[in-house]
Design a protein around this ligand. Sequence first.
Ligand code: AMP
Ligand code: MG
Length: 446
Amino acid sequence: MSSTAFTARVVSFEEARRMVEHHAASLREHGDSRVTETLDLPAARGRVLAEAIVADRDFPPFRRATRDGYGVRAADTERTPAQFEVIAEIKAGQDAGAGAFSLLRGQAVSIMTGAPLPEGADAVVMVEYTAASGNSVEIQRSVRSGENFVARGAEARAGQVLVEKGRRLDHALIAIAAAVGKSRVEVFRKPRVAVLATGDEVVEIDAVPGPAQIRNSNTYSLTAQIEEAGGEAVRLPIAADETGRLRELLEQGFKCDLLLISGGVSMGKYDLVEQVLAEMKAEFYFTGVRMQPGKPAVFGACQVSRGAVAVGPTQGQLGSADISSAAPRAGAPTPHYFFGLPGNPVSTMVTFRLFTQPMIAALAGARPEPLAFVRARLKAALRTATGLTRFLPAVISGSLGNEEVELAAWQGSGDVAALARANCYLVIPPDRERIEAEEWVSVLLR
Ligand code: AMP
Ligand code: MG
């Protein structure tokens, strides 16, 4: 065991999060040199736009009726009931463009939701307030000009940017892309995120564990979280608690855009990750966070010249020209970020959620998003020691406006089974010793 020193830097949760956000922001400045690809729209879900989505025409492209009813001149409905002559029926999809129709005084068109309002008409009377008979209709309620249709271009003008570059495509943004005819979109390539599990006791999930061994669940929860965050996981073999092999695997991991290490960052004699990283001249932004779970979390970077990186562990996948899939191209040394996430499964997940996720989003080219908390009423009073920000597995339930939350039963950060009973994390600020039942508290959805 070598004795390379590194300076411990334990920070509050807020400071840790700020540091991550700061580095995420500096990563995004390299955005323009990121590698892009063009995908079919359905395949682009979850990907980050490398181009803006622009309205190809006015939205709506015509004066669109929003009700089934009768298109009229509003002025003709001042006194009701009134009798109107029905001169045409306009279905959705029917062209009522210039010259097709023009309403004169006392005339109406029968019109369907989504159909274009003809010239002369400036309102739609809902069918519920009419009585049709033959070629005429009785209008029973007056309407104001502009009622029950959307003016051409009111939603967006042709050429207007509807979605900016850097937004992650969810179903709503996919709808916008579809509406403007973007059947293929240019997106950033996914960042590659290496996952390195450490621990003499940790075995692969298809192995039969010995009496004192446990299966490597972290690599798999992290893979899932990486994918949810917009990255691509590169799983490395498990590193034993031994400096030589650990260093070898860390070096392999640094060939990816981001390296996640699980375990080996606590205070134990065989927690060697920080020591080996220090030998590799890593810079540590923090080496611990005043939080629970996740106190031993580490965040830092190694300066690596991207051009100089050799071919990696999963050759073919990690070819030298292809090493940096999303981050800036080869050239000047760039910081290769890493997170040392504590090995306890709940700690690993929570620290990923709070710290790693924004870095992956930034590497993917996405705009930063703040952590979003929801509020819920605490079901039963709870007591904790002060000093740590806590993110405790909990269950949120209740109804709209009456959301309730209670702690899930758990045996501490190693209790992976408890996560099946929980659906969120109850957040306890570091200065709270006791929180009463019925108090509104912050909850982070899982
Ligand atoms: P460490 O952070 O290395 O001190 O590990 C803390 C706890 O997490 C220990 O009980 C480990 O056995 C457990 N642990 C470490 N790595 C993993 C892993 N990859 N999957 C599941 N549990 C793990
Ligand atoms: Mg360990």
